[in-house]
Structures are given as C-alpha cells and as structure tokens.
Design a protein around this ligand. Sequence first.
Ligand code: NAD
Length: 227
Amino acid sequence: MKKLNIGLVGANGRMGREIADIISAHGGCDVSYSLSRDTKVNHEQAAKVDVWIDFSSPEALPEVLKIASRHKTPVVCGTTGFTKKEKTHLAKASKNIPVLWASNMSMGVAVLNEALKMFSSISNFDFQIEEFHHIRKKDKPSGTAITLQESLEKAVGKKCPEPLAIRGGGIFGVHKVHAMSEEEVITFEHSALNRTVFAKGAVTAALWLAKQKKPGLYQIRDVLFGK
Ligand code: NAD
C-alpha cells in the first residue's frame, strides 16, 4: 500500500522532532517534505504532499495555508498563540481545503472538552480554569486553556474569570477546571505526561484528515466523535 506523504512545518522544533519520530515508527506514512524557517518552498515537492502537519509559529501560517491551498492539500495545525487574524485565515482556507486546528492534539483533552458540557446542569456554580506549563512556553494562557474556557462559557452560559497560567520547570501541560459552590468542589483535571501525546494525536489527526473529501474546519473531537 502507498505510504501517505506528510509535509512537516517546524520540523526542527521540539514538537516537529517528536512528530517525525512517531511518523518514522508508524509504517503507513513518511515525512516527504520538511519546511523550516528559512526553507524556500519547492512546489514540485509540495505538490507530492498528501497532508501537512504544522507545529511552528503564528507567522508561518499564511505561507503554509497558501502552499496547501495551491495544491489542494489538507492541513493539520497545532500551532498556538493565534489571534483573531490567524483564526480568520484558517476559516478562509477551510472553504477550499480540509483544515484541522487544535490547541491540544491529545485525545484526553478532546474528551475533557466534551465533559465540560455536563457543567450546564450546575451553571450557578463558580468556575475557574488553571493551567501549568514548562518555563519555555511562549503563549500565556495556553491555547488549550482558551479552548476550554470557550467550551466552559458556552456550557454554563456566562462569562467566567480568565484562566490562571503558571509557568515553571518542565511541565508538559496540566489543565484543571474547577466548579465551586458553597457546599462542594468538582475538579476535572488532565495531565500530559510527555510531548509524545500531542505528536501521536497530530499524526492520528493527519491520517484521518487525509481521508476527508470535503473542505471544512475540523476539530480534534471530530476524529473521535465524527463531524
Ligand atoms: P519550538 O520553538 O521548539 O519549535 C518551533 C519550530 O518552528 C522551530 O524549529 C522554528 O524554527 C519553526 N518555525 C518558526 N517559524 C517558522 C516559519 N515561519 N516557517 C517555518 N518554520 C518556522 O516550539 P514547539 O514546542 O515545537 O511548539 C511549536 C508550536 O506548537 C507552539 O505554538 C506550541 O504552543 C504548539 N504546541 C501545540 C500542541 C498541541 O497539541 N496543539 C502541543 C505542544 C505545542
């Protein structure tokens, strides 16, 4: 069977290297083309890519979407720190190609995000999200905390206080969602034990997205629960 050609953006970064390891261990796909900060795009090679995985920086996004749209190739993007501008860019590109953006590629966080819907039945509680990450993380609060906050506010139908962001040591990512009343506290917690969880999720999402025929803006939850 033909192996899937993956184009990797940010290949030299922490996540890029982890993703390349997962791909080389997989057997069903290969990194056929890597794009780093100073690479000049080779369109002959870009045309052979079946699906892109981008874990780089917000500045890379316009070029990645331009190349992918030109060759009608799906894009899985895990970059965080996006403003409204980049999110609009993703939405525009998704009119022509399948695009899956997730601030957290772990299946566990996808489940946590769904679980927040349960809080609609106790929307009178007070809510607070907390996140912990390694000291080198550039964005604050994390993209995951922002996504969780959006799901939480949608579920409980009110604004909640901004997520608390703590930076220290080598923590891969801990997210806690507290629901508090005068009588009880419920906390949903997710811990990433290593970076591999995100890399595995990104590769799983890429293999899934490559099969999606319709353009659109997909989410990691769609890989688990369907669009
Ligand atoms: P990193 O700084 O180690 O790596 C980023 C890489 O992207 C570097 O090699 C850099 O040279 C490259 N890059 C930057 N701008 C580029 C451009 N314009 N074109 C091509 N390459 C470019 O960072 P990291 O820890 O690997 O994280 C990368 C991104 O992924 C961050 O936004 C981070 O928050 C995000 N992230 C997402 C998840 C998730 O599950 N969605 C998990 C971890 C990290």
